[in-house]
Design a protein around this ligand. Sequence first.
Ligand SMILES: [Zn+2]
Ligand SMILES: [Zn+2]
Length: 484
Amino acid sequence: MKHDCHYHPGDPAKWHCGECQVHYCSRCMPDADTRQRKALCPKCSKAMRYLGAATEVVPFWQRIGAFFRYPFHTDPLIVIAICTLVPIIAPANAIGLIIWLVLALALFKYTYAVINRTAEGHLKPPPVAEAFTGSGFSIVILQLLVFVLMGGLIGAAAMIGGPFLAMLALAFVVLALPASIMVLAMERSVGAAVNPMNLAVLISRIGTPYFLLYGYLILLTLASGAAQDFAVSHFPLWVAQPLAGFLNSTFTLILFHMLGYLLFQYQEELGFASDIQDAESLADNHQRDRSSRFDADLDMNLKDGNYDRVQSMLKDALKKDRDDPRRLGQLYHLLAARNDTTELYRYHPRLMAWLAQRNDGDGLNGLIEALQSVEPNFQLDDPDLAVECATSLYHRGHFKPALRLLQDFHKRFPNSEQLAPAYLLAAQVLANGLQQWEKASAFLAFIQKRCQTHPLHGQIDAWLEQARNREPLKGPKASFQISD
Ligand SMILES: [Zn+2]
Ligand SMILES: [Zn+2]
């Protein structure tokens, strides 16, 4: 069964919580450890089952071309070349025989590594070193044991039930051989690889595609045999021998890659999980951080309609980092969408600072309207913030609310450094926005009289002149230096 993410329909699920019966994609689980295949359910905190790439693997019958290209990479070509060419030039004595034996073992080991690595999701061949180093040569003996046991099984069947039962046993052994090789490669256990129950379960879980694969295997074996036959009968022996060896090894690699891929494709049914391994997904694994987990939780709760939960999560986050712009923005959008005026009022200084920083005059205008429904005489207590917000409002053409924020500034903040910038802004709103030149002049006159030490005072005559001529009050551009 292929599943989509519960929260992102269309995205393949990578995790499944057996407790909650919910599927999650990788976007929902940014904190998951895909390499260790560990993740905790965001809802119940229980360990989840990793689904790997089972939900997005291309079926093997759609990538036949890729199977044939598989041996034609540097690493497998080197292994094949060494293992088929060296024995030919080796001396024809005991040493030559040992060389031949060792290289045959190496090739054998390499082909089993192909199954393992493919089943784990590596679609590129294993490195050359895999053939010649490390442990794992025992696989050869194990495979021989499997053959012996299978022969014994047929013999036993013949003794107990005569030729008919022997034929039946032979048919089963032949049919189950690829399954047996797969089990042996993955589990390295002779018992598991010859256990008829084990093999029958594997075949029945894969179902029809197993027989499709079987068909391909027969075709490939026939093709390989025909090609080798052609080589032997059409070329001199010194060409035919390495050529046949090369063809044999190449087809074997293709076969084993197919077997591995079948395991990879049916990993979910077979009870293990792996994902396509490449540099990108490894890099992803390193980007596990708290804030992306938090965002994924927010997203899920929003989609579930748990708005109260989202609200309290955001409030908690803002307790830890008072001015986190990301969380402030999320809280603002949530409260605005819910029209929660009480909470908007509670958080208004930080929300307004966030909006002013983004120069969102329209947002500020909407927020102030909401705040006025709670507190009709709403005013800001922070002179710096008041000037900042009024500036944003003025730039977006919201003149009345801008003036409101600056109202009685000299009474509310008599000693503020912001008094001159505030009243210059008020004059600009009145003159440029509302064409009320007399009132604008009055504010300018106030600055002239009361703020003689302020740097803006030097230009006040020019602005008074502009107001008298009913010209727009220009600049000073970026004049509102907000001092902390
Ligand atoms: Zn998702
Ligand atoms: Zn759960």
